[in-house]
Design a protein around this ligand. Structure first.
Ligand code: BES
Ligand code: MN
Ligand code: ZN
Length: 495
């Protein structure tokens, strides 16, 4: 990750970045933002002239580079920061990382009245937009050097009082680092990534962060009755796992369980997916990646909240040992489901984890994140997750955190009259009801496993926003790490 430093008096000022914003009256040219350490008067005059000559607007994310041969600084960057909301600063940071990707060190003069929140958002934008996924090096393809820079090596932020912003910068660093981890996990091809690989990738990091790590292998899963995880993972030569992380600080009063769907590849199983629909299914563990990464982040922030995180990990394959449509699966705790479609596998592994959480962990709240249905994108498009909860206060609190974090979710209903669609003749539930809205009925299926905690539960179908189909603001083409930022905003509310 690029280095970000807070200073009052920069040694180096080339290239120099000046924030600009729209003038109050939309007809006028934008203006320089008043900064803590103003540039020399001639430079400010020159920059002001450039604002009109270059026809800038000052909107967040606008960048303009001026070359000044033989003068200092030799490069002047004007950076639009819009109205200065946190979202604007995040966009500005992302745009700045891209515009100065080949620089070694850039210096940005920060507004005199900048808030720590805005500074943190700027840092997140810089760190998240300069992310790039790299395959592990091989003999034929050694680790790539800096041939294709993703951002400047160092960003110096000039502020009046660095001390005031250190905490926010540290939180932004943890948030960005863990979001990047979730992206790395999700981008990794399934030729490398299997349930055991995921566990081994996380274990050392989790232990270093002070988390307790418990891993159940197939024998243990069978002994304890995790029938959903075993059914879905049964078709793969690479067996399933249940990864459990625990963060249990002494000062915690609330215990939250986070559950993430961890299908390391989803072929659809015997109800096989059409070829185009299968290509991206290495991302079907983005929910597990997000909850695990957020837990590492919570530990790094030393949040005074008890967190138990469950990642049911399995590969949904087509083989002679795969589970079949029509099979009846017995989930943890005894509820049974009739498999109507082996491609509705995520809810089967989540059901086990949710039932286990409720009966064995005694949580106050349960949250699950899952790339659960294609219907999420049908309903809400490619950028917005579907949030479900029976509790208005819980839902509103979570949505506020999602919004503040710069992610997107929209609440969808859990209508009582769709519940009968779940009833099967030979089991307690159909895994995928034949009627109703796909994302909604998947959520209703999961709710059946919450027992007494159904009002203390949040579910996000994040199939759509888990992936970006191009670079956009702080998102980079590929895995987005959706959910890590939202969770790290929301978890402190529980303290
Ligand atoms: N992993 C998919 C959902 C998905 C689709 C995620 C597209 C991301 C992008 C999930 O396991 C699935 O296949 N769901 C089925 C459910 C259906 C069989 C009831 C779907 O959405 O078609
Ligand atoms: Mn599926
Ligand atoms: Zn799936």
């Amino acid at each position: 990750m690029l280095a970000i430093r807070l200073v009052t008096d920069p040694a180096e000022r080339d290239p120099l970045v000046l924030p600009v914003r729209p003038a109050g009256d939309a007809q006028e040219h934008p203006e320089l933002v008043a900064v803590a350490r103003p540039p020399a008067a001639e430079l400010a005059d020159e920059a002001t002239a450039l604002l009109s000559m270059a026809r800038l607007t000052g909107e967040a994310g606008e960048t303009h580079l001026t070359l000044r041969p033989g003068r200092a600084p030799s490069r002047l960057v004007l950076l639009g920061v819009g109205d200065g909301g946190d979202g604007d600063w995040r966009r500005a940071g992302a745009a700045l990382a891209r515009a100065t990707a080949h620089e070694t060190c850039i210096t940005l003069l920060m507004p005199v009245d900048v808030t720590s929140e805005a500074l943190g958002a700027l840092a997140e934008g810089l760190w998240l937009a300069s992310y790039r996924f790299r395959m592990p090096p091989t003999a034929q393809r050694p680790a790539d050097g800096d041939d294709e820079a993703d951002g400047p090596a160092e960003v110096v932020l000039v502020v009046a009082d660095p001390q005031q912003h250190e905490g926010a910068l540290e939180r932004a660093r943890i948030t960005a680092e863990t979001t990047r981890l979730a992206r790395d996990l999700t981008n990794m091809p399934s030729s490398v990534k299997c349930p055991q690989w995921f566990v081994e990738r996380i274990r050392p990091e989790a232990e270093r962060a002070g988390l307790t790590v418990t891993v159940r292998e197939p024998g243990q899963l069978a002994a304890e009755g995790f029938g959903g995880i075993l059914a879905v993972g049964g078709g793969s030569a690479r067996g399933p796992r249940l990864l459990e992380l625990s963060w249990a600080p002494e000062n915690a009063t609330t215990h939250v369980v986070l559950v993430g769907k961890g299908i390391t590849f989803d072929t659809g199983g015997i109800s096989i997916k059409p070829r185009e629909a299968m290509v991206l299914m290495r991302k079907d563990m983005a929910g597990a990646a997000a909850v695990v990464a957020a837990t590492l982040g919570a530990a790094a922030m030393k949040l005074p909240v008890r967190i138990t995180t469950l990642a049911p990990l399995a590969e949904n394959m087509v083989s002679g040992t795969a589970f079949r449509p029509g099979d009846v699966v017995r989930h943890y705790g005894g509820i049974t489901s009739e498999t109507t479609n082996s491609d509705a596998e995520g809810r089967l592994v989540l059901a086990d984890a949710l039932a286990y959480a409720v009966s064995e962990l005694g949580p106050d709240l349960v949250v699950d994140l899952a790339t659960l249905t294609g219907a999420n994108a049908v309903a809400l498009g490619k950028h917005t997750g579907a949030l479900y909860s029976d509790d208005d206060t819980l839902a509103a609190g979570f949505l506020a955190a999602v919004d503040a974090a710069g992610e997107r979710a929209w609440r969808l209903p859990l209508p009582a009259d769709y519940v009968p669609y779940l009833r099967s003749d030979i089991a307690d539930l159909y895994s995928a009801p034949l009627q109703g809205a796909g994302s909604v009925t998947a959520a209703l299926f999961l709710r059946e496993f919450l027992g007494d905690l159904r009002d203390r539960w949040l579910h996000v179908d994040m199939s759509a926003p888990s992936w970006a189909y191009g670079d956009q603001h702080e998102l980079v083409s590929g895995a987005t790490g959706w959910g890590v930022r939202s969770l790290l905003r929301w978890l402190p509310d529980l303290a």
